[in-house]
Write a protein that binds this ligand. Sequence first.
Ligand SMILES: [Zn+2]
Length: 303
Amino acid sequence: MFLQKKGKISDHVHFINDPRVCNYLITAPKPALIDAGYTVSVPLLERDISSILGSVTNLFYLFLTHSHYDHVGGMAYLKRVHPRLQVAGHPRIQKIFSNPKALDLIRTLNAQSERFFPLPDAYREKVRIDQLKIDHPVEDGESFDLDNHISLQAIYSPGHTRDGIWYYLKPDQVLFGCDGLGVYTHNGSLMAEFTSNFHSLMTSLRRIQNMEIEVLALPHSGVVIGKKSVQTHIRKTLEENQRYHDRIEQGLRKFEGDIQQVVQEMTHEEYEARDIRQPKEAFMLNLEAMVRVVKREKETLLY
Ligand SMILES: [Zn+2]
């Protein structure tokens, strides 16, 4: 089953924010939020978290699945109103946050998202991204106790980015993760997401194929419920990444390795024709990254 409606999705997990940018709240003695959405997500995040926990200041953890702009946009706000919040994520994320150029890109892409989701004027100053910081660098396999019987285990899952961490919640058997888990467009087709490394992403996905996952909490588009549906989703995601990879390879052959021409042709084919509702700049940056991934892989094979 594929669920796009907000609400409770397991004993301890609430699906909050908006199906386009899903966030998840784990209710436990140490309440945890998975990812922080866009800057424009803040009014909804604030409202949803407060209605469940009483106040955002009752959060204990914020777990980041990776460093992309649409997953860290609300973080500056959360830290400003709640300085004791423990932000946990892969240690590499701190390198991104300490890089002024990367931080500027996070600001710019968040500002562009305001075209899709208007931000009330009263929030403009509140959501300003000044600095971002990881309080707790997460290690592969590390387990976080949210109570004596509720735990969240970190699984290092590179491929979409180099700083991807997926988190497995016990006893609920819910898996949270980055866009590498597979993202659907608004009209229901899957998108490839190997923006950092194709083979790493395929390995990350194959690693979770044998896990007991009752709920797959996607970072965008919704929630896959039921072990069978989860298996089907993972298989389709593997297939879509393979299809995209092969399409890029074909483009690189046609345009003799010219990255920009492949990006132009595929933007027309994949973005315009499929009516994808993501800022075009972000789509093209992702596509260009994937074309580079495939090109690099071919060049390495020559030696
Ligand atoms: Zn994303």
